[in-house]
Design a protein around this ligand. Sequence first.
Ligand SMILES: NC(=O)c1ccc[n+]([C@@H]2O[C@H](COP(=O)([O-])OP(=O)(O)OC[C@H]3O[C@@H](n4cnc5c(N)ncnc54)[C@H](OP(=O)(O)O)[C@@H]3O)[C@@H](O)[C@H]2O)c1
Length: 238
Amino acid sequence: MRGNFMRTAIVFLAAVIFGHVTTSVHAATIAIVGTGNVAEALGPRFAELGHTIIYGSREPNRADVQALVQRTGHGAQALAPAVAAAAADAIVLAIPWDAAEAVVKSLGNVSGKVIIDPTNPRHIAEDGLRDYAFDGSNAERIQQWAPAAHVVKAFNTMTAGLMTNPASAGGPVTVALAGDDSTAKAFVAELAQGIGFDTMDFGPVRYAHVIEGMFYVWGNARQTGTPFEFFMRRPPSN
Ligand SMILES: NC(=O)c1ccc[n+]([C@@H]2O[C@H](COP(=O)([O-])OP(=O)(O)OC[C@H]3O[C@@H](n4cnc5c(N)ncnc54)[C@H](OP(=O)(O)O)[C@@H]3O)[C@@H](O)[C@H]2O)c1
């Protein structure tokens, strides 16, 4: 599967270098583990780009999961998470943050695969505000649980509604990325750009805690009645 991902990435990079990017040359198989809000937002949109979506569900035959498969189309299916991951080049962990350890450790050999991590860990402090649940980030922990995979933090600084409809922001919205593998980050950047986002590389996975921390100040501001949107637009000159 590392070979498949590398082939997909090489074809994609060659296409970028030679200016021939189309949705068909870099079609990948993407496992989306979980079938909730984020899966429902990203799955159909990635499928529209020409990627094959396999939802990884604890209950792949459940009616709502099968309805999501139908809505996604383009050859989508739902399988058990480990089976979906085994067939995929990239895996989106669209699951509760505190399920990540058990899920990642249950996926089997994910060597060479891209793991996209949109999870937002949180601890509710004594004053009622969101805060870090542990030192570092979930992305770093996922990288430790799956050391031969390429973890990319992405899509956690926006709502599922915005993932579905970036234009609703009324201007560019940036997906913040962090990860140690530049080819994996380029792949995720291409995915995000393909569905209408800008991307910004925050650096290696050790910076993912900064991106995860954005959720705390964003959520706290909403809670205290002073909401803001975290679009991270580039200056017009860039
Ligand atoms: N919702 C948002 O706007 C948003 C935005 C950015 C980031 N996020 C983050 O993205 C992640 C997913 O969010 P979501 O809103 O999609 O969550 P969700 O609607 O609760 O869906 C999570 C999915 O994960 C699976 N799941 C639930 N509990 C599980 C467990 N204990 N073990 C394994 N799988 C389990 C379920 O799918 P099956 O029943 O089919 O297995 C469920 O549909 C979260 O970490 C969240 O913090 C959410």
